[in-house]
Design a protein around this ligand. Structure first.
Ligand code: SAH
Length: 233
């Protein structure tokens, strides 16, 4: 069902090269619309929630969430992305070698409500960063190699607190016309990845085709947003 993307592999070094060469077309200068629209559903009345942003890049959503009083943890392989995040948002930050992540580092703003782990996501775990009350997954499940999706879903589930609310943003398009990233994630796969331990609810599905995707050779491009919550939660 994944077409030619099933065996597509992007090495971590390729992502770091993209950052070095400023080929970061995925970065958005404004808060993501889907997060804004669905934040109340994610919070569900809670305040000061611990948010995880896996594969965070330098998403401005992290500053927005922290300014709203939440605690933000991001995981990103590119040190350049992390430094740019703090510098572009005029935040002072500290840097330390990551406890329990070989070769990894943790960068924190002075208020300590944003902690960005510079490491491979698959070296991150609840023993490194604790568990989370919310996950905002934009450009993450769609960016990891398709063959790693089960490992990824198991990791996300292991990072969820009992009351965690996980907002997932994915795309539907013809995977034989464009090789990604973002990679194509069929809605049925979201159910097969998470459905055993979590409730999976589709919140929104919109036509997101723009000239950018037309230039990739696509004639349809649908953005889906799902809310994933532990069955016991
Ligand atoms: N969520 C961000 C970035 C999406 S692009 C946004 O919305 O803008 C995917 C990001 O994940 C890139 O910044 C890339 O450097 C990083 N990345 C890719 N694979 C990774 C991995 N296995 N571990 C950590 N970071 C990774």
């Amino acid at each position: 069902m994944l077409g030619q993307q099933v065996n597509r592999v992007m090495a971590l070094g390729e992502w770091e090269e993209r950052w070095q060469e400023d080929k970061i077309g995925f970065h958005q200068p404004t808060i993501h619309k889907m997060l804004e629209i669905h934040l109340d559903k994610v919070l569900s009345g809670r305040v000061a929630v611990r948010f995880l942003l896996p594969l965070c890049g330098k998403a401005v959503d992290m500053k927005w969430l922290a300014d709203l009083g939440h605690f933000v943890v991001g995981v990103e392989i590119s040190e350049k992305a992390i430094r740019q995040f703090f510098e572009e948002n005029n935040m002072m930050y500290s840097e330390e070698l990551g406890p329990s992540i070989p070769g990894g580092k943790v960068f924190k703003n002075s208020e300590k409500n944003i902690s960005l782990y510079q490491c491979n996501l698959f070296d991150f775990s609840s023993s490194v960063g604790g568990r989370f009350g919310a996950i905002w997954d934009r450009g993450s499940l769609v960016a990891i190699n398709p063959k790693d999706r089960e490992k990824y879903a198991d990791l996300m589930v292991s990072l969820m607190d009992g009351d965690c609310r996980y907002l997932l943003d994915t795309f539907l398009y013809n995977p034989d016309s464009y090789s990604g990233p973002p990679f194509f994630v069929p809605d049925e796969q979201i159910h097969s990845l998470f459905g055993r331990s979590c409730n999976v609810e589709m919140l929104q599905s919109v036509d997101a085709l723009t000239d950018k995707q037309r230039a990739w050779g696509l004639d349809f491009f649908t953005e889906s947003v799902h809310l994933i919550t532990p069955k016991t939660g």
